[in-house]
Design a protein. Structure first.
Length: 129
């Protein structure tokens, strides 16, 4: 199996988890896990940033497949079958709301970083409350 085919399979599995999470037949606890796995896999924000050598890619190579395996194990077979059909027939889901949330988070983090740098350059001591 080539790396390219493995990555394509992982993408299809991630889409399958996304569509399974949206199925009302799925128990709410499993839905929550599936949504978290799909959001993490499809999000541009990682637990460990990809630019960190080796460690940055380990989370994608370990956490995402383990999360997908957990969701598949906890999901009824009929929901998995329906989600696989939907994942095979569609492309990557697009959510403007999710994109907006990611942009807002990045702007808030950037703003906090700027405030911290300005305070540091001004010579203020950090306060601990």
């Amino acid at each position: 199996m080539s790396l390219e085919s493995w990555a394509g399979g992982l993408k299809r599995q991630t889409l399958m988890v996304y569509y399974a999470a949206r199925d009302p037949r799925l128990p709410w606890a499993v839905r929550l896990i599936a949504l978290m796995v799909a959001a993490y896999a499809l999000s541009p924000i990682d637990l460990i940033p990809d630019f960190i050598p080796v460690l940055g890619l380990i989370d994608d190579l370990i956490l995402v497949p383990l999360g997908i395996a957990l969701v598949i194990r906890l999901t009824p077979p009929e929901v998995i079958a329906h989600a696989r059909e939907r994942a095979g027939a569609s492309g990557r889901p697009v959510s403007r709301a999710a994109a907006g949330c990611v942009i807002v988070v990045w702007l808030l983090l950037g703003g906090a970083l700027c405030v911290g740098v300005v305070r540091m350059l001004a010579g203020e001591q950090p306060s601990v409350r």
